[in-house]
Design a protein around this ligand. Structure first.
Ligand code: G6P
Length: 607
């Protein structure tokens, strides 16, 4: 996730407005910053790594001349956060400046083709191919707008882009496919940005660009076209009545709710990983003798789920270990044949980094999955994958958890293919299902986003909750319970359902809510027995199960019905969503702030 902003003003300098716009988009990323403005027929690009205010100050970006310009705040996905990888990017001749948010999936092929044609690349980003593609099209003696349109047609993946050039000094060309882009019109000029808050101080007349749309901005407004055939579209902006604070949360009352609703799109991004990094990580895992998944908090629960995935799909034993325990538990037995896959949203969790350091000292191979490309974990790992979820502001992890699972399931699937332990048909089928998961999560949010609030209402006064599942669903149950604990502070338990009779069932009494996670498949085995055990002791049963599962429905007090056909091994991704919603609604009904749970920090960088 990155933030993009552009404006064509009727008069005055645009640079301070770009600065202000980017500040309002800082939540989308903050590892590097760059501006491009046009003045007296000259395009000037200034950029560097660092946070917005620091780079603006050090490069004097606020003082750049010109009333047309674009700016970018970056959250690295391809290429480290370095000056050369900061946006805007340009072509060989420095004629165009391109800013981009998204992931160009076919950039390696495009880059190779462009290199063969003699283009010189200066960065390691996917974005730079767009600038060179435009340059290539401009050789055909077409105008800038036409060249941008033609270039866009080569791109596969997600993008919100904005392009400026000194050849058309009072224009911005922009387009979107799956990454957000909004336009704004006012008496002072025209704007484009990744999100409404950046534009709102100047106008409330907003148009949301849709997938496959392209816009030409000038000081008086914009014209819209379809990318695929260049045909013109007519759509007027709408007037929105949000305050800036509401706009920052896109109209959602809390960041956590916004982030839960972002999951369909963050999951799609997590499916756009670069194959060569997936290959690299699977090669390390394949070579290792002792394999460990090391993480804390929510990331640890993603690791528990992943250990089932690796075992079921690739027949690989990989131990999930809480990072603060790792050195004590396995530190002495680590060696050159050990592989430690550290999973950390922030890449900065102290205990995880300690585990990583220890593993490195013992000559083990350390690899990572993280959401923060410039983190300490990345610097210490032999190889890592970025999960590409964008910054998460709510302290309780939601979209980053489901994306971690998506990344880990792709690794497991890749190993399944290379090791050939399950049939290719089975892997193909699972992979097809995996690509449907973002849509399934979207359906779950649509169906249950609000109604879980009514369900929660019935249980708002309970002072104990239990979350149970079997198999991979025990990881889902653990994460559901962690959300509840973090947000509502209500004491609660979660453990694999089969464990009840070994102790925890002693706390069950009349009216205690027990949430069962029971997707159809292997983890549903024996769950009916577990439900009956709890019912017999007066528990209230809330089941998250497949729609049409009559047996579970008949023995439950409340049912959260999930779409049919979700494979058990991928079920934690959609099945955790109602549990996130449950915790969120319970917190709100208890008048607690879900974005800022007491005593907790987003990133724990201390022992
Ligand atoms: C803190 C956060 C959790 C997070 C955990 C691990 O406890 O509040 O949401 O899961 O740290 O963080 P990491 O960045 O390593 O995934």
């Amino acid at each position: 996730m990155c933030g993009i902003f552009g404006s064509v003003l009727k008069e005055g300098r645009v640079a301070p407005i770009i600065h202000d716009g980017l500040k309002r988009l800082e939540y989308r990323g903050y590892d590097s910053v760059g501006f491009a403005t046009i003045d007296s027929g000259v395009l000037q690009i200034l950029k560097d790594k660092g946070r917005i205010d620091d780079v603006v100050e050090s490069l004097g970006l606020d003082k750049m001349p010109g009333s047309t310009g674009v700016g970018h705040t970056r959250w690295a996905t391809h290429g480290a956060p370095e000056m050369i990888n900061a946006h805007p990017h340009s072509d060989c001749e420095g004629r165009v400046a391109v800013i981009h948010n998204g992931v160009i999936e076919n950039f390696m092929e495009l880059k190779e083709e462009l290199l063969n044609r003699g283009h010189n690349f200066t960065s390691r980003t996917d974005t730079e191919v767009i600038a060179h593609l435009i340059e290539e099209e401009m050789k055909g003696d077409v105008g800038l707008g036409e060249a941008v349109l033609k270039a866009l047609r080569f791109l596969e993946g997600s993008y919100a882009v904005a392009v400026v050039s000194a050849t058309e000094p009072d224009k911005i060309y922009c387009a979107r496919n799956e990454s957000p882009l909004v336009l704004g019109v006012s008496d002072t000029g025209t704007f484009c940005a990744s999100d409404v808050p950046a534009i709102l101080p100047y106008t409330n007349k907003i148009l949301y660009l849709r997938n496959g749309e392209f816009a030409e901005l000038d000081k008086d407004g914009f014209t819209l076209k379809l990318i695929n055939d260049g045909s013109t579209l007519i759509r007027a902006p709408m007037e929105i009545d949000w305050t800036i604070e509401m706009a920052e949360k896109q109209g959602y009352p809390y960041f956590m709710l916004k982030e839960m609703y972002e999951q369909p799109s963050s999951l799609r991004n997590a499916l756009r990983l670069q194959q060569r990094y997936l290959d690299l990580l699977t090669t390390f895992l394949d070579r290792g003798e002792d394999l460990f998944l090391v993480a804390a908090g929510t990331s640890y629960y993603a690791c528990i789920a992943a250990s089932y995935m690796f075992s079921k799909l690739a027949r690989l034993t990989i131990y999930p270990v809480i990072s603060s325990e790792f050195v004590e538990q396995y530190g002495s037995s680590l060696g050159v044949d050990s592989v430690v896959l550290a999973v950390s949203q922030s890449g900065e969790t102290y205990d995880t980094l300690q585990a990583v350091e220890h593993a490195r000292m013992r000559a083990a191979t350390v690899i990572g999955v993280t959401n923060t490309v410039f983190s300490s974990l990345c610097r210490r790992a032999r190889a890592y994958i970025s999960q590409q979820s964008g910054p998460e502001i709510g302290v309780a992890a939601t979209k980053t958890f489901t994306s971690q699972l998506m990344v880990l399931s792709q690794l497991a699937m890749k190993l399944a293919r290379t090791k050939g332990k399950i049939s290719q048909d089975e892997v193909d089928e699972l992979e097809e299902k995996m690509f449907q998961i973002p849509d399934i999560v979207e359906q779950v949010l649509e169906r249950h986003g609000e109604s879980i609030g009514d369900l929660v209402n019935k249980y708002v006064d309970k002072n104990l909750y239990i979350f149970l599942g079997r198999g991979i669903s025990s990881a889902t149950a653990l994460e559901g319970r962690l959300k509840l604990l973090e947000l509502t502070y209500v004491p609660s338990l979660a453990y694999p359902a089969g464990e009840s009779k070994h102790g925890p069932i002693s706390v069950v009494e009349e009216g205690v809510p027990v949430v069962f996670v029971c997707p159809r498949g292997e983890s549903r085995k024996d769950i009916v027995g577990s439900i009956m055990e709890m019912k017999a002791r007066g528990a209230k049963i809330i089941s998250v199960c497949e729609e049409g599962d009559k047996e579970i429905t008949s023995i439950s007090d409340d049912v959260i019905a999930m779409p049919m056909g979700i494979p058990d091994v991928l079920s934690p991704i959609p099945y955790v969503v109602p549990l996130q919603l449950f915790a969120y609604h319970l917190a709100v009904q208890k008048s607690l702030d879900p974005d800022k749970p007491r005593n907790l920090a987003k990133s724990v960088t201390v022992p």
